[in-house]
Design a protein around this ligand. Sequence first.
Ligand SMILES: [Zn+2]
Length: 220
Amino acid sequence: MLDLKRFRIIDLTREVLPGVLKVNGEYLHGREFRRFELRQFRYSPDGTFMHWIESETHVGTHVEMSAHYVDGGKSASEMPLETFIGEAVVLRFADLKPIDGKGQPIRPFHLKRVKKGEIVLMWSPYKGDEAPYISPLAARSLAEKRIKMLGVENVRVESSLNFLATHDNLLKNDIPIVEGLVNLDQIKGDRVFYIGLPLKVRGLDSSWIRAVALEEIESL
Ligand SMILES: [Zn+2]
């Protein structure tokens, strides 16, 4: 049996803060850039509490699938479950410093440690425009290595310089992309066991997930 005591569990998920419902029926949005609205109601047979949710699918930590980019592409309920579970390599880009406030490209030579068929997690300490971005050639290299999935924190999947190259290379090839990861900097080693499952909703282009990394505690 899997012994959890042998692992550190790192929560890679950003907490979603729903918009606050005001008395006039409008929602006040704080940190969330996109709509995520919860409305509590009482379930009439027994008076228990439930919520209506109104939201976009790309809020918080989410995994997007080919249905996001290709009309009729695979959606959350059609992708094999194994895609979202497995060994992941962690690539850190602290050395890829922004120049004049602009993030720099991640190139194929940065991907040397990536093995065929594994999940790739990319992290940088730079935010917004200063964050590195995936160059078109790097996106193609990830597709050629047939990675299982890409996850990012402070790494731009797209920028004005590589418009849709990552979507084109990955999503078209049924390689999902996880956006909005957090806490990748708490991973100590180069590889972890990653789990981040989408909701099983037919037709969903992208799903909110609870993503975790299991990192083996050495010295055992
Ligand atoms: Zn997204």
